[in-house]
Ligand binder design. Structure first.
Ligand code: NAD
Ligand code: IPM
Ligand code: MN
Length: 352
């Protein structure tokens, strides 16, 4: 028996997750139980905390978790460690999902939806492998203190150790063998010690086990520029938690919209995966029913492939999204007029 826990969350999270739920129901996979929980601001409103112990335990006990998005202005004044985003970091840490796969693919039908020229993004197919449970997001010490002179000081710590780098680099190299055979490792070894160790450990692992994969190194600032100049040069981009967050949002625009990018966060074999669109709760359009559900639906496809043992269903869902786009289905962010529900309808109609 397999279990999928849905955590729709806040803002457009529930709107886009509802469309994934409809796809899931249409697939009618045998032996799959689906349940739902409160997460983020919705959980703060009901229970005072963004992630209850019960919900965390349910996530750890499930086969996969599909999340919507968390956060919003309603909870901006909550103390830092009780904010919706802190709940998400706690969940990622508890699940120990250290490898965050963020595929940025430009569907042929969307080449002209990008703010970059179609010829620049045509054929784009990048897989970000972002380290997700370490680096400056989790480093200690961290905090806000008041100095003797009355000034305030906020501080965070960026650190990466050998095993943290090697386990995520393994994932990147293994996936490269199944794709274009290239890994670009991104850090700032020119100014950060954690980047020096990152570069050296990736180089060492490559020499030990993956010399068949083409490896190059790039500074994160240059990578940002290259992603706008010539994004199709990349196959896999392996990077840390913070750079991976920034660069994947940047690359999303090459695909037409932030609303197109799914993700899979994976830990050790046999542990549950956490699946989520890379976008947030989009307070500016929440409640209007116009969000693009593709990122959520494509995240469901990743869950089917990587956790739920249903790769054929995953391929069917991805093909349905592509067919709906080929047929001209577009939400507002893609330059169209469809509502979230109508986009879901178009994808459902294409599901074979
Ligand atoms: P955002 O990703 O929510 O929105 C950025 C822009 O992209 C907005 O203009 C929004 O309307 C648009 N957008 C995002 N997803 C879209 C979709 N599916 N369809 C159409 N348009 C879409 O980023 P933000 O505004 O910086 O953050 C809002 C809140 O979300 C914050 O509280 C932030 O912390 C949180 N957040 C959560 C997650 C997550 O839960 N994984 C990710 C990012 C941000
Ligand atoms: C993302 C988000 C999160 C992150 C926030 C909401 C904690 O931006 O998943 O990309 O920074 O990882
Ligand atoms: Mn982000």
């Amino acid at each position: 028996m397999k279990t999928l826990l849905l955590l729709p969350g806040d803002g457009i999270g529930p709107e886009v997750t509802a469309e994934s739920r409809r796809i899931l129901d249409a697939l009618a996979l045998p032996g799959l139980t689906v349940s739902e929980g409160l997460f983020g601001g919705a959980s703060i409103d009901a229970h005072g905390v963004p992630l209850t112990d019960e919900t965390e335990a349910a996530a750890l006990a499930s086969t996969a978790v599909l999340m919507g998005a968390v956060g919003g202005p309603q909870w901006a004044d909550v103390s830092y460690d009780r904010r919706p985003e802190a709940g998400l970091l706690r969940l990622r840490g508890a699940m120990n999902v250290f490898a965050n796969l963020r595929p940025a693919r430009c569907f042929a039908a969307l080449a002209s939806a990008s703010t970059l020229k179609p010829e620049v993004v045509d054929g784009l197919d990048i897989l970000f492998v972002r380290e997700l449970v370490g680096g400056v997001y989790f480093g200690e010490p961290r905090g806000i203190e008041t100095l003797p002179n009355g000034e305030r000081r906020g501080f965070n710590t960026q650190s990466y150790s050998t095993h943290e780098i090697r386990r995520v680099a393994h994932v990147a190299f293994e996936l490269a063998r199944l794709r274009g055979g290239k890994v670009c490792s991104v850090e700032k070894a020119n100014v950060m010690e954690s980047g020096v160790v990152w570069r050296e450990e990736v180089t060492r692992l490559h020499a030990e086990r993956y010399s068949d994969v083409a490896l190059n190194h790039m500074y994160a600032d240059n990578c940002a520029m290259q992603l706008v100049k010539a994004p199709t040069q990349f196959d896999i981009i392996l990077t840390d938690n913070l750079f991976g967050d920034l660069l994947s949002d940047l690359a999303a625009m090459s695909t037409g919209s932030l609303g197109m990018l799914p993700s899979a966060a994976l830990g050790e074999a046999g542990t549950p995966g956490l699946y989520e669109p890379i976008h947030g709760s989009a307070p500016d359009i929440a409640g209007q029913g116009i969000a693009n559900p593709c990122a959520s639906i494509l995240s469901l496809a990743m869950a089917l492939r990587y956790s739920l043992g249903a790769p054929e269903a995953a391929t069917r869902v991805e093909a349905a999204v592509e067919a709906a786009l080929d047929a001209g289905a577009r939400t507002r962010d893609l330059g169209g007029q469809l509502t979230t529900r109508q986009m879901g309808d178009a994808i459902l109609a294409s599901l074979r």
